[in-house]
Design a protein around this ligand. Structure first.
Ligand SMILES: Nc1ncnc2c1ncn2[C@@H]1O[C@H](COP(=O)(O)OP(=O)(O)O)[C@@H](O)[C@H]1O
Ligand SMILES: [Mg+2]
Length: 250
């Protein structure tokens, strides 16, 4: 484990279609630090810039201003191949819509990230089977996504994200397509991954989901506010309600 934070952004900005009528400032001067082993939520309304931030943290997109350091490495200094390797080694992705390949069974979906490595086929299959067992799906290796429930599909995608044992798990609205009970199961899996030492960044518009994290950051109009209170914003001078719920019915 290195001394640098796993994630550090400095004055990060992202403008889409700059200089045109369609210009959008999606990120505005975002400073964010996430240490190894933290479980952090990034919460905000739709359009506040959460996915834009996740795409930059995940090295899927580049900022138009500022700097992003992943585990001490300035990502802008990497070429395309080095960036792809960093992504493969350090980051697992979870999406709201699972993003599984519908024609492949669970085992082959989970094996996918290993196809970029020199791992022999038999070992890839063995590791994928193990990863599926770890998310409670040892009995579903030959099921295709369409033959599984939403919660099962999301667990397959978690197994896929973790197959290279990356330090960082980035999840963008991972429970958005699930009922609340199934969503809780997915959040429990994240908690156990945190207990195993992984760093989790959970993106959500839902305060009830965000509160599972140890720390909650709030995005508003592309700007990040560090918050400790996922269930409502406090105005200056307003004290925190005793039960921790702002705006709860009296
Ligand atoms: N590829 C894109 N091109 C232009 N505008 C975009 C693009 N992606 C997102 N935006 C805009 O940037 C803002 C932030 O979007 P996004 O990061 O997806 O927010 P969130 O994930 O919080 O809903 C929104 O106004 C959105 O319309
Ligand atoms: Mg989004």
């Amino acid at each position: 484990m290195s001394a640098a934070p796993l994630i550090r952004t400095i004055g990060l900005g992202k403008v889409y279609a700059p200089g045109t009528e369609a210009e959008v400032v999606a990120l505005d001067n975002v400073d964010l630090e996430i240490a190894h082993g933290e479980f952090v939520s990034i919460m905000g309304a739709s359009g506040s810039g959460k996915s834009t931030l996740m795409n930059i943290i995940g090295c899927l997109d580049r900022p138009t201003a500022g700097r992003y350091e992943c585990d001490g490495v300035d990502v802008s200094s990497l070429d395309a191949e080095e960036t792809a390797r960093l992504r493969l080694e350090k980051i697992g992705f979870i999406f709201q819509g699972f993003n599984l390949l519908s024609r492949m069974d669970a085992l082959h979906n989970v094996m996918m990230p290993l196809s970029y490595s020199n791992t022999p086929l038999a070992e890839r299959a063995a590791r994928a089977r193990q990863a599926l067992e770890a998310v409670g799906l040892g009995g579903r290796t030959q099921h295709k996504p369409g033959e599984m429930s939403g919660g099962q599909q999301q667990r397959v995608s978690i197994a896929r994200a973790m197959i290279n044992n990356p330090p960082l798990l980035l999840a963008d609205e991972p429970t958005g397509a699930l009922d609340s009970k199934t969503g809780e199961d997915v959040l429990r899996l994240f908690e156990s991954l945190k207990d195993q030492g992984h760093t989790i960044v959970l993106i959500t518009h839902d305060p009830e989901i965000a509160r599972h994290a140890d720390r909650v950051c709030v995005m508003k109009d592309g700007a990040l506010q560090e918050g400790d209170h996922p269930l409502g914003e406090r105005r200056p001078g307003e004290s925190r309600p005793a039960d921790g719920r702002a705006g709860a019915p009296a």
